[in-house]
Design a protein around this ligand. Structure first.
Ligand SMILES: [Zn+2]
Length: 365
């Protein structure tokens, strides 16, 4: 755990010091963080940022890839996946990872359309305000300048990913009302031309890979037109860490760099540059927004966020507003210990306008 320095009193406009950067990621299952953001997490952790991961379920309904682990299911698989998550976080250098509401509070909902979706314990059936009520204290405690989650379709329509999006966005609003406004919110993206080029390379490499067939561009979550993408985080230097983190999720992923496959055994690219769409907050201007391809993408999720004023620092306070309610999170620190199972029971937040009932349909992949 990086020790948080006392907030510095600096002039407005001064860049945020690296050690004062705080990144929060909200994901549905163990493995999603490594697949989507592994390079980003490793890079910011290495640069001294506080990186906090909140995972909403233990992925107890995930299909198990290795035959020798095929006996794992339900709660036993969930515990196994927690140990995989712990190993993945060690690979990425991330020490602060938590489970929404504590380990096992929300169950994996399974793929969209399955009877699993009806289980009252599953995350898809969770009340969004109540679930967000477990995340708000984490936001008030860690005071992130950047939140990363999925788009409103969860990237590809999985109910737990959609729900993670809803809960993250709701919690950001509730936290703002309670004293900490997250300056920037990003959704995970992949620019379609980038995905297409990667799949073209994959087609050529496929005969040498341990995977029989290739996935398709549209199997990749979050693929959108390039114009919709605002940031590209070059994690090339952290490619090995990302691959190691993905390998740690051995029940779910088989890695053959620079490719991997999920339980469907369809090869897909392992992206070491990770892409984002800014959906809340202002894009950076000036030299720090310039990437290798010109100023098309920001190259730093924190670009343009000024050093914190004394007012902003005071707003969160050391304990935030979480003092009266349980943190609602199982905390996976230090990284070498399995996450504990404190089960919070925070009150639900106030009503607001975003969708709160499970609905919609998506495809399972
Ligand atoms: Zn997932």
């Amino acid at each position: 755990m990086t020790e948080q320095p006392a907030p510095a009193l600096t002039e407005p406009g001064e860049p945020l010091p690296r050690a004062a950067r705080r990144l929060l990621l909200v994901h549905a299952h163990p493995d999603d963080e490594s697949i989507n953001n592994g390079a980003t997490m490793a890079r910011y952790a290495a640069e001294g940022a506080r990186v906090t991961l909140v995972t909403c379920t233990l992925g107890e309904r995930g299909e198990v890839v290795p035959p020798e682990l095929a006996h794992l299911s339900g709660a036993a698989l969930g515990q196994w996946r927690l140990s995989e998550l712990t190993a993945a976080m060690r690979a990425l250098g991330v020490t602060d990872f938590r489970l929404l509401g504590g380990a096992g509070r929300y169950g994996d909902s399974g793929m969209m359309g399955l009877p699993d979706n009806e289980d009252p314990h599953c995350f898809w059936r969770a009340d969004v305000d109540e679930a967000a009520g477990h995340l708000v204290p984490v936001i008030l405690e860690t005071r992130p300048q950047v939140l990363v989650t999925y788009d409103d379709n969860g990237g590809y329509g999985h109910p737990d990913h959609i729900q993670a999006h809803r809960v993250a966005m709701r919690a950001a609003r509730l936290a703002a009302e309670a004293g900490w406004t997250i300056p920037r919110i990003y959704w995970n993206r992949v620019p379609r031309p980038v995905a297409e080029a990667a799949f073209d390379r994959l087609a050529g490499d496929l005969p040498g890979l341990p995977f029989g067939r290739s996935a398709a561009v549209d199997d990749v979550p979050g693929v959108v037109g390039e114009e919709q993408v605002t940031a590209a985080i070059d994690g090339t230097a952290y490619a090995a860490a990302k691959a190691a983190a993905m390998r740690a999720h051995a029940t779910q992923i088989e890695v053959a760099e620079p490719y991997f496959a999920l339980s469907n055994e369809l090869a897909q690219p392992l992206f070491t540059t990770e892409y984002y769409e800014l959906v809340h907050g202002e894009r950076a201007h000036g030299p720090e927004a310039d990437g290798p391809e010109g100023a098309r993408f920001e190259t730093d999720l924190f670009a343009g966020i000024p050093a914190e004023s004394s007012a902003a620092s005071a707003a969160g306070g050391p304990a935030g507003l979480s003092a009266g309610s349980p943190a609602g999170s199982s905390v996976g620190r230090p990284a070498d210990g399995p996450a504990g199972g404190s089960t919070g029971n925070s009150p639900g937040g106030s009503a607001e306008d975003s969708a709160g009932t499970p609905s919609g349909k998506g495809r399972a992949s």
